[in-house]
Design a protein around this ligand. Structure first.
Ligand code: HGY
Ligand code: MN
Ligand code: MN
Length: 410
């Protein structure tokens, strides 16, 4: 009853709602997201669910259990994307969850718990320099100060919510009560090479790596590119570049530690002007919090030394910090059992990528099912999966749902 063709077609349909001509970029509270939400809410209703937009702009579908009002197993992922993204990161998890409910409904199956499918509005944190905004609202951990964050056009999140038809003052209404939620389980592409290397279509996630993100601004002195001798310059971008290389060097020294400078600006941005200002992002991740924290401390000290030697000023703002989010063993066991029942070896692996589970873990236990993606490529338009793997992933998810045993509450 699961239709992988429909899963693939729906990921294609969502990919058409993009602000980027010829590619896929869909950010939080955008018109592209409104269009994607309309599609997803329609698919949720077609699958037999009641469907609504919550106070944070997340799509929420509900499929009642064998009697109304039961606590729910939450399934889902995010509908926003990075810039120039692939079309499966996030969207596959939302579409696959809806497909599973569609199959249950087609068979008239009602379970001893409700199911809710969620399409989170912002996981990537591209627009407002703050991440997991949709799932934080659902988990009740949204930080109100984020409402004053502004995007590249100077639009605050508060204004963007208003333009989207949402009232920032009501955002708290998106928060769910613990007693209404049994667990959160997410199907997501692996975004790495492990499953493909092992010849496996699916795997069980053990934990989501912790991450720390910074926004850095360096102020030097703008000057004439032709007249200022090299030893008299206070070149902000050259200082930023030396910091970036220090980050790369420190993270390359520990196999499982990763560091990225992904967003860079040199200002004023003219070929014949020495950059007086430089802005860049930092993203540091590790499977152990102590390892990440030590690397952050080391790098902040080294960056300060670089800037002091170059006589430039540096401002560092922490924009995100999340510790390792461990998947609950009881959910890992049930996801593993569903994989084994499909005749597939059970491979457990950590997630280097961040996911909504990092926020949802504040509300309930979390579990994740990974689906192989080609060459492990992601955050790239070349991101790809096979229809066969989409089918296998959905089959495992459906089996997990049908055999789901809620954890007995202490
Ligand atoms: O950054 C991440 O790992 C996720 O894609 N937001
Ligand atoms: Mn992503
Ligand atoms: Mn994702």
């Amino acid at each position: 009853m699961l239709d992988s063709r429909r899963i693939m077609q729906r990921c294609d349909a969502l990919a058409r709602h993009s602000e980027l001509a010829g590619g896929l970029t869909r950010v939080y509270l955008s018109q592209e997201q409104a269009a994607a939400n309309r599609l997803v809410l329609g698919w949720m209703r077609e699958a037999g669910m009641s469907a609504r937009l919550d106070a944070a702009g997340n799509c929420v579908g509900r499929y009642e259990g064998d009697r109304p009002g039961l606590p729910a197993l939450l399934l889902g992922s995010h509908l926003d994307t990075v810039r120039d993204a692939g079309k499966y990161d996030g969207m596959l998890g939302v579409v696959a969850a809806i497909e599973c409910v569609h199959a249950l409904n087609a068979n008239g199956r009602r379970l001893p718990f409700a199911i809710e499918t969620v399409g989170f509005g912002d996981e990537e944190g591209v627009r407002f320099n703050a991440t997991l905004l949709g799932s934080r609202a659902v988990a009740g951990t949204f930080k109100p100060e984020v409402l004053d964050s502004v995007d590249a056009d100077g639009v605050s999140m508060r204004e963007a919510m208003q333009n989207f038809g949402l009232d920032a003052a009501r955002l708290g209404a998106a928060a769910r009560r613990r007693e209404d939620v049994l667990a959160y389980a997410e199907l997501h592409i692996e975004q790495g090479p492990v499953l493909e290397a092992d010849g496996l279509a699916v795997g069980v996630v053990t934990a989501i790596n912790g991450a720390t993100r910074f926004a850095v601004e360096i102020d030097g002195t703008a000057g004439h590119a032709g007249t200022v001798p090299m030893d008299l310059r206070r070149d902000a971008f050259a200082a930023a570049a030396e910091c970036a290389l220090a980050i790369e060097r420190r993270c390359a020294s520990v196999p499982v530690l990763v560091g990225t400078v992904g967003k860079v600006e040199a200002l004023p941005g003219a070929v014949n002007v020495i950059p007086g200002k430089a802005r860049f992002s930092i993203d540091i991740r590790a499977p152990e919090d102590a390892m990440r924290i030590a690397a952050v401390e080391h790098l902040l000290a080294e960056m300060n030394a670089i800037c002091a030697r170059r006589k430039v000023a540096m401002q560092v703002i922490k924009t995100h910090e999340g510790g390792v989010a461990a998947c609950a063993p009881w959910l890992m066991d049930q996801i593993g059992a569903a994989i084994a029942a499909e005749g597939i070896a059970v491979r457990k692996l950590p997630s280097g990528a961040g996911h909504d589970g990092m926020a949802m873990i504040e509300l309930c236990d979390i579990g994740m099912l990974f689906v192989r993606c080609e060459k492990g490529i992601s955050h790239n338009p070349a991101e790809a999966i096979s229809a066969a793997d989409a089918q296998t992933g959905a089959q495992v998810l459906l089996r997990f749902i049908e055999n789901f045993q809620p954890k007995t509450r202490a």
